[in-house]
Design a protein around this ligand. Structure first.
Ligand SMILES: NC(=O)C1=CN([C@@H]2O[C@H](COP(=O)(O)OP(=O)(O)OC[C@H]3O[C@@H](n4cnc5c(N)ncnc54)[C@H](OP(=O)(O)O)[C@@H]3O)[C@@H](O)[C@H]2O)C=CC1
Ligand SMILES: O=C(O)CCC(=O)C(=O)O
Length: 489
C-alpha cells in the first residue's frame, strides 16, 4: 500500500499545513486505503489567501501576456512530465481508470499550453469612428481576484480550464477544490510553483464546501467561477449576484443520445456505451438518456445489453478494468436509490442494477453499468434527475421529430449526441436541440480546449468556458475613444 500524501495549502507562494480539522481522501476501490491526508484550511487561511491574491494582482495584471504565458507553458511541461504518476494518483483517489486518469492529466497540460500561447492572439479590437481624427479601441483588463470552486469528477482538467485562462488574462486566483479529491489540486499547484508563478498569484485552499461560501462572501472577491451540482451552483449564483460579483457556473446535465433508424448502429452502440459508462458515468456530459427509433429499438437494445454486460468492473488501476468505482459511498447509495425508484415506478431492467454489497467483485463503491427502459407514457424521476453514475434511461420514439422533442424534455441542456447518416436530419437537430454542445455521430462527452464549453437552459449560468469564450468571463472591456491631442487634428 502506498503511504498517504501529506496535504498542504499553497498561500502567497508558501506551502502551509492548515489550521482546520483533519481531512483525508480515500481510494473508492479500497475504502480503507488513505490516499492523502492533512489539516483543512480554516478562516485564517481564507483571509491570508485573499490578502495574498489582492497584493499580487496589480503586478500580475501588468506583467506582459507573453511573460504570463511563459509560466503557463512551463507548467504544461511539468504536468506532462508527471502524467503517469499523477494519472495513477487520480485513478486511486477519484476512481476513473488509470488510462483515463493519465489522459486527464495530459488534457490539463494541453489546456495550459493553449492559454500559454494566448499572448500571440488578439488582445482587443479597433473600430473606426464616425468622427474624423478618432479611433475607437476595445481593450481588455482582468477582473482582479477570482475565486475558483471545482468538483470532484475532473480534479485536474476542470481546474486547468478555469485557472489557466484566469492567469493568462492577468487575474489572481483563490482556489477551493472538491474535498473528496484534493490530491490532484496539490499537484497542479506544485506544477505552477515549479514553473515560477509569482507568490500570491495562485492560492490553493483545501477545505469543506462552506469554504466556498467564505470565498464568495469575501469583500475582496472580483469574480467567481464554479463547476458542480445545480443546488450548490444556484446558491453561489444568488450570493454572487447579491454582491454584484460576476459569476460563471457550470452545473448539472441530463444528456440525451438520439439514435435514428438510419444510423450506423455499430458505431452508435459503441459511442452510446462510452458516453454512458466511461468514467463510471461521472461526467456532466455523460449520456444518461437514450432515445432510440422504434423500428430498430429491440435489436439496438439487445446489442447494448450484451456489450454493457461484458464491461469489466473493478479496481481502476488494473489495466483490464473498464469501469471503476463511483467516488464514495454516498454516491453509490444515491445511484442505487435512483435505480430502485425507477424499477418500482415501472422501468424495465435491461442490464445491470445489481448491488455489490457482498464484497463481489471487491469491497469498493461499485455500481454496475445499468440500462433501464421507461414506460412509454409515464414521467419517471430517472428521466429528469441527474444520478451522476453509470445509469442509462431509455425511451423509444416513433419519428425523428418525436425523438428531438424527447431529447429537449429536460430542464438541463448541456450536451447531446445524435446518430444518423442523414445530413438533413443532422442540420434539423442543430436547430432543434437546446444544448450547449452537440455531437453528431460521436458520444455526448468530450471537449476541445479551443472552443466554447458549457450548457444551455439550467445547465449553465454566465459566459461559457474554454477557448476564446473564457475571455468573456475573465476580462472586462474598456472602450477607448482615442483622438490626437492637437486642436483640429
Ligand atoms: N456543467 C459542467 O461543466 C459540469 C458539472 N458538473 C456537476 O458537478 C456535480 C458533481 O460534482 P460535485 O463535486 O459532487 O459537486 P458539488 O456541487 O457537491 O461540489 C462542487 C464544489 O462546490 C463545493 N461546495 C459544496 N458545497 C458548497 C457550498 N455550500 N458553498 C460553496 N461551495 C460548495 C464543493 O466542496 P466540497 O467538495 O468540499 O463539498 C466542491 O468544491 C454534478 O452535478 C455534475 O453535473 C461536474 C463537472 C462539469
Ligand atoms: O466532456 C468532457 O470531456 C468534460 C466534461 C466535464 O467537464 C464533465 O463531464 O464533468
Amino acid at each position: 500500500m502506498t503511504s498517504p500524501v501529506r496535504l498542504q495549502h499553497y498561500i502567497d507562494g508558501v506551502w502551509r499545513p492548515g489550521t482546520g480539522t483533519p481531512i483525508a481522501s480515500y481510494n473508492p476501490a479500497h475504502p480503507d486505503e488513505v490516499v492523502a491526508e492533512g489539516l483543512q484550511a480554516g478562516p485564517a487561511e481564507v483571509d491570508k489567501a485573499m490578502a495574498a491574491a489582492v497584493a499580487a494582482k496589480r503586478e500580475w495584471s501588468r506583467t506582459p501576456a507573453h511573460e504570463r504565458g511563459a509560466v503557463l507553458l512551463r507548467a504544461a511541461v511539468v504536468i506532462e512530465r508527471n502524467a503517469e504518476n499523477w494519472g495513477l494518483e487520480l485513478a486511486r483517489e477519484e476512481g476513473k481508470t488509470r488510462a483515463e486518469g493519465q489522459g486527464e492529466v495530459l488534457r490539463a497540460a494541453q489546456i495550459f499550453r493553449y492559454y500559454g500561447n494566448d499572448g500571440d492572439r488578439t488582445a482587443g479590437e479597433i473600430f473606426s469612428s464616425p468622427r474624423r481624427g478618432e479611433k475607437i479601441l476595445i481593450t481588455r483588463k482582468p477582473l482582479g481576484v477570482v475565486g475558483v470552486v471545482t468538483p470532484f469528477n475532473f480534479p485536474i482538467a476542470i481546474p486547468a480550464w478555469k485557472i489557466a485562462p484566469a492567469l493568462a488574462y492577468g487575474n489572481t486566483v483563490v482556489w477551493k477544490p472538491a474535498s473528496t479529491v484534493p490530491l490532484l489540486a496539490l499537484r497542479l499547484a506544485q506544477a505552477l510553483d515549479e514553473a515560477g508563478l509569482p507568490a500570491g498569484v495562485l492560492n490553493l485552499l483545501i477545505g469543506p464546501g462552506s469554504m466556498g461560501n467564505s470565498i464568495v462572501e469575501h469583500p475582496a472577491l472580483d469574480g467567481l467561477t464554479f463547476t458542480g451540482s445545480t443546488s450548490v451552483g444556484r446558491r453561489l449564483v444568488a450570493a454572487a449576484a447579491g454582491r454584484g460579483v460576476p459569476i460563471q457556473a457550470e452545473m448539472g446535465g441530463k444528456n440525451a443520445a438520439v439514435v435514428l433508424a438510419d444510423a450506423d448502429l455499430d458505431l452508435a452502440a459503441e459511442q452510446v456505451l462510452l458516453g454512458a459508462f466511461r468514467s463510471t458515468g461521472q461526467k456532466c456530459t455523460a449520456t444518461s438518456r437514450l432515445i432510440v427509433a422504434e423500428s430498430i429499438a429491440d435489436d439496438f437494445l439487445a446489442t447494448l445489453a450484451e456489450r454493457a454486460s461484458a464491461l469489466v468492473v473493478g479496481d481502476p488501476t488494473d489495466p483490464a478494468v473498464q469501469i471503476g468505482p463511483v467516488v464514495n459511498d454516498g454516491a453509490r447509495k444515491s445511484i442505487h436509490d435512483g435505480i430502485d425508484a425507477a424499477l418500482s415506478q415501472g422501468a424495465r431492467l435491461i442490464v445491470g442494477g445489481q448491488k455489490y454489497d457482498d464484497g463481489d467483485p471487491i469491497s469498493g463503491y461499485f455500481v454496475p453499468p445499468t440500462i433501464l427502459e421507461l414506460p412509454a407514457d409515464q414521467e419517471l424521476d430517472v428521466w429528469r434527475e441527474e444520478l451522476f453514475g453509470p445509469v442509462l434511461a431509455v425511451r423509444r420514439a416513433a419519428t425523428a421529430e418525436q425523438a428531438f422533442v424527447l431529447a429537449n424534455d429536460s430542464e438541463f441542456g448541456l450536451s447531446a449526441a445524435l446518430f444518423t447518416q442523414d445530413v438533413t436530419r443532422a442540420l434539423e437537430a442543430v436547430d432543434h436541440l437546446d444544448v450547449g454542445i452537440l455531437h453528431v455521430n460521436s458520444e455526448s462527452a468530450g471537449a476541445d480546449p479551443h472552443v466554447p464549453f458549457g450548457g444551455a437552459k439550467k445547465s449553465g449560468y454566465g459566459p461559457k468556458e474554454q477557448g476564446a469564450a473564457a475571455k468573456e468571463f475573465f476580462t472586462h472591456t474598456t472602450t477607448v475613444y482615442l483622438r490626437g491631442g492637437t486642436a483640429g487634428a
